[in-house]
Design a protein around this ligand. Structure first.
Ligand code: G6P
Length: 614
């Protein structure tokens, strides 16, 4: 949610920043802007509504000379998307420019106080309040920018990642964070800062993740310096990135989403690697053996997540309950955090988040920790906030996911949850060795089976043409296929803007069945599992009301084939692994329907990949 990038060094400042903004565009694309500090002591700010390419066009005939600069791509929170509300924001005297990701909760109070002191505001944003506050303190106390930033941030309630440049100090950027991500790249006589490492991975692999309430002084020719809000020097932990530039490019695919769908054979291999060992006899997931006593004593597991990760969490409930016989509750992180939860040290709270930065999930973790629960995180982005805030956890290892609609991260999360459930079951003795080996061997086969599923691509592309202009869709499933139905419906909504509802198939007769007619297609997920006979009845109920049916079935199915209008066959797998093979055809279906409608699948309207505001 909003992307920040900054650069200081001998390279072309404008080029580095624009390229960086493109990499961060997945975080928001309502407007973009750039502030360039000129060697002659001027501060040029350029902004444009919409995508980064609009900003590039706008900048074509501008003075782009700079020693340092900061830039921003926005996902609007306070104030509609407009040139005026776009970042960077200037201070009143035009000496400072600031970019911000996050939300200043007490901005109204601060704004009123500053207005009384004579400050005038030009935008509706909370960010402008922050830059004016910094300037006000700087002038009033006659202090340095660093001291003014520290003092201002002490008065702020909320979340922020900020970067500030100053007209009179063209060789310096001050940056800080609290609850919104910020990482500093350390190159050879150059430094970068960004919301994640993708803008600078081609220049340096050395980086420093800022911690909450740390302020960075990034100065040309000087080593990086970090201080706390109290001006105490903070320790610098340098991390080496394991990210390659090819992971950030489309690799010949027209969209990141399609690339990421097709990558799933590889990403699932990476996700499984080293975790299923001894011919499937043993499943190792980090954090389980090291915290044996926690997993043995657990009376309950609560899983918190948002969006697609919440659908994976729901599958986690089925998997853990089935394999480990521990009661599991699944909560939307945004609801959990305000629900006055009842937790103690016999509870395990699991947080699932692709980005590792979702504000609500982060807040839920903090509450769970405060209440004494053991907190375990499942994330994709290495070094992000959630893995750093949790007591223990693991990564899904599927590589950067750029498409806003999550695909490979979902299957990676489900795969990790399957392995995690098996590892806990092994520890608690709730599965026999034979059962463990069976699931272990089946897990190892999944990547090659996914390759087979992906061969449905052309068939799904053709099928999509029939359904592109439907106004509503119903997605139905039971058991393990119910969360898949929810996820399939979400994918379609997100990128094609068609209303779609995911429902437990049997629950349909308590309401949604009233909607079924020739105009309302149903996508029914019906693999050959223990509920197969039951879902056949649901398929018949839809057909009896003239509903058009696309069914996802197991290879060789004959019963549903005779009832449904179209079937997509997936390979046979144990029930616990069926969500991985049944969700992929739904990803492709939503992709092609959106493409047929001419939508921008990688950057759907109003959405952002990483939601760092609540
Ligand atoms: C946004 C993204 C979704 C994602 C959700 C949770 O809504 O568009 O794709 O599932 O946030 O994100 P997280 O990074 O916590 O998994």
């Amino acid at each position: 949610m909003c992307g920040i990038v900054g650069y200081i060094g001998g390279g072309n400042v404008y080029d580095v920043l624009i390229k960086g903004l493109h990499r961060l565009e997945y975080r928001g694309y309502d407007s973009a802007g750039i502030a360039l500090v000129n060697p002659s002591g001027t501060l040029n700010v350029y902004k444009a509504m919409g995508k980064v390419s609009n900003l590039e066009n706008f900048c074509k005939d501008k003075n782009l000379d700079a020693l340092a600069g900061i830039a921003h791509t926005r996902w609007a929170t306070h104030g509609e998307p407009s040139d005026c509300n776009a970042h960077p924001h200037y201070s009143e005297d035009g000496n400072l420019a600031l970019v911000h990701n996050g939300t200043i909760e007490n901005y109204k109070l601060l704004k009123d106080a500053l207005t009384q002191h004579g400050c005038r505001f030009h935008s509706e944003t909370d960010t402008e309040v922050l830059v004016q506050l910094i300037e006000y303190i700087k002038v009033k106390n006659n202090c340095s920018l660093l001291d003014a930033v520290r003092e201002a941030l002490k008065q702020v309630v909320g979340a922020y990642a900020i970067a500030v440049v100053e007209k009179d100090h063209p060789n310096r950027i001050i940056a800080a964070r609290k609850s919104s991500p910020l990482v500093i790249g350390i190159g050879d006589d150059e430094m970068f800062l960004a919301s994640d490492a993708t803008p600078f991975v081609e220049y340096t692999k050395e980086c420093v993740y800022l911690k909450d309430e740390e302020v960075a002084i990034i100065e040309r020719g000087e080593p990086l310096k970090l201080v706390t809000l109290e001006n105490k020097e903070a320790k610098i932990d340098v991390t080496t990135l394991e990210l390659s530039i090819s992971q950030l490019e489309k690799g010949g695919y027209p969209h990141f989403m399609l690339k990421e769908i097709f990558e799933q054979t590889t990403t699932l291999k990476d996700c499984i690697r080293g975790r299923v060992v001894n011919g499937g006899k043993r499943i190792i997931i980090s954090g389980v053996d090291d915290n044996k006593e926690k997993f043995l004593a657990a009376k309950r597991i609560v899983i918190v997540a948002c969006g697609t990760s919440w659908h994976a969490a729901l599958l986690g409930k089925y998997l853990i309950q089935d394999m480990c016989r521990i009661p599991v509750e699944v909560e939307y992180a945004s609801e959990f955090r305000y629900s006055n939860p009842v937790l103690d040290d016999k509870d395990i709270v699991m947080a699932i988040s692709q980005s590792g930065e979702t504000a609500d999930t982060l807040a839920a973790i903090k509450i769970a920790k405060r209440m004494g629960a053991f907190v375990y995180g499942i994330s994709n982005v290495v070094g992000s906030s959630i893995p750093r805030e949790t007591d223990s956890g693991t990564y899904i290892h599927v590589g950067p996911e750029i498409g806003v609609a999550s695909t490979k991260a979902f299957t990676g999360q489900v795969m990790v949850l399957t392995m995690l459930a098996a590892a806990i079951a092994q520890l608690r003795g709730t599965m026999t060795q034979e059962q463990i080996t069976e699931i272990g061997k089946a897990i190892q086969k999944v990547p090659s089976l996914v390759e087979k599923v992906l061969r449905l691509n052309e068939k799904i592309e053709r099928l999509s043409l029939i359904y592109t202009y439907a106004h509503n869709f119903l997605y139905l499933g039971r058991g393990y296929s119910y969360p898949v139905a929810l996820e399939g419906a979400l994918k379609l909504k997100e990128i094609s803007y068609i209303h779609a509802e995911g429902y437990p198939a049997a629950e349909m007769k308590h309401g949604p069945i009233a909607l079924i007619d020739e105009e309302m297609p149903s996508v029914i997920i019906a693999p050959n599992d223990h509920l197969y006979e039951k879902i056949v009845n649901n398929v018949q109920q839809v057909k009896a009301r003239s509903g058009s049916i696309i069914a996802i079935v197991t290879e060789g199915d004959t019963t549903i084939r005779n009832i449904a209008d179209h079937v997509l066959e997936v390979p046979e797998v144990p029930e616990a692994l069926s969500p991985i093979v049944t969700s992929i055809p739904l990803q492709l279906l939503s992709y092609y329907i959106a493409i047929n409608k001419g939508k921008n699948v990688d950057m759907p309207r109003n959405l952002a990949k990483s939601v760092t505001v609540e």
